[in-house]
Design a protein around this ligand. Structure first.
Ligand SMILES: C[S@@+](CC[C@H](N)C(=O)[O-])C[C@H]1O[C@@H](n2cnc3c(N)ncnc32)[C@H](O)[C@@H]1O
Length: 291
């Protein structure tokens, strides 16, 4: 089942370069950008933070983070795919971002070096998401934040005249493609199991009512996979795809995907989430000024 997910091992996929291009296209989509910036602000990522992104792909999120951490911050990304890392190195040139080849379940970093670790639309694709979250927690400093966000493919809504066919294609494909298609709703539990505290959940909805190119590509991929998995034949898949345009022309199209984000705090030496480093620095400065 899992080998069918191209994000599990991008370099072994039929067209790795096309996956890198698709990640950049998603990155440019204005609604996707608003959605991920909302999540990054909610973590929050602060000026001066040292941040690790696990499964950084082409570096879309790392580039969003550059102005958020400012000149005093440090950004690092890790990904097992050489193809996306090469694209990330081109796209992130001159930003000071450090990029490394590696597996989220075996992070090549010492304990406690990061203020924030995050993984965005990654856990859905890995064999053992718990192992990745535990590693993220290990390399986060006490009081630092571990943040994860994933779609939940049990929460996709789309308007189509053939409801049963739509369910057969959407549910059938995700069951065969992903180890855990309902990854989004599992995230807070994964953080708690990894020993993180103060866990918060945030749900963002990607919504399209006009059948944008991003949505069209999403539905085309689902249709192609439905044929590949023998869920429907090619003419039926085409009929299903053709069914969306009239709905959109009638102004009746709705497509939503829920993105669940969860943020947990690594317990500090006192057993609770410690004060963020910037706050500690400010306090130390104030104490110094008083002396
Ligand atoms: C859907 S992409 C998301 C990329 C990026 N976070 C973004 O939102 O643009 C999933 C990424 O997870 C990476 N990935 C897959 N398995 C991984 C693992 N075991 N450890 C770390 N990253 C992994 C893939 O190579 C891919 O770049």
């Amino acid at each position: 089942m899992t080998d069918l997910d191209p994000f599990r091992a991008i370099d072994r996929a039929a067209d790795p370069a096309a996956i890198a291009t698709a990640l950049e296209e998603r990155g440019r989509d204005a609604r996707q950008k608003r959605l991920r910036l909302g999540f990054l602000r909610a973590i929050p990522v602060r000026r001066g933070d040292t941040v690790l992104e696990v499964g950084c792909g082409t570096g879309v999120i790392l580039r969003d983070l550059v102005p958020m951490v400012g000149a005093g911050g440090r950004l690092a990304g890790i990904d097992p795919s050489r193809t996306v890392l090469a694209a990330a190195r081109r796209a992130c040139r001159g930003t000071g971002i450090t990029l490394r080849d590696g597996d989220g379940a075996k992070l090549p970093f010492t304990d406690g070096g990061f203020d924030v670790t995050l993984a965005v639309t990654v856990l859905l694709h890995v064999a053992d998401p718990g192992a990745v979250v535990r590693e993220m927690a290990r390399v986060t400093r006490p009081g630092g934040r571990v943040a994860v966000q994933d779609q939940d493919f049990g929460a996709v809504v789309v308007t189509h005249p053939e409801r049963a066919l739509t369910a057969r294609i959407l549910d059938g494909v995700v069951d065969r493609l992903y180890e855990e298609p309902f990854s989004g709703r599992r995230l807070p539990g994964l953080l708690r199991e990894a020993g993180l505290g103060d866990v918060r959940v945030r749900t963002d909805v990607f919504q399209d009512t006009t059948l944008e190119p991003y949505t069209r590509t999403f539905l085309e991929r689902r249709a192609a996979n439905a044929v590949r998995f023998g869920l429907v034949d090619a003419p039926t898949a085409q009929r299903w795809l053709d069914g969306f345009a009239p709905v959109a022309r009638a102004g009746a199209f709705v497509f939503t995907v829920n993105y669940y984000g969860a943020v947990g705090v690594k317990p500090g030496a006192n057993g609770r989430g410690g004060a963020p480093r910037t706050r500690r620095r400010r306090r130390a400065r104030r104490a110094g000024a008083r002396r």
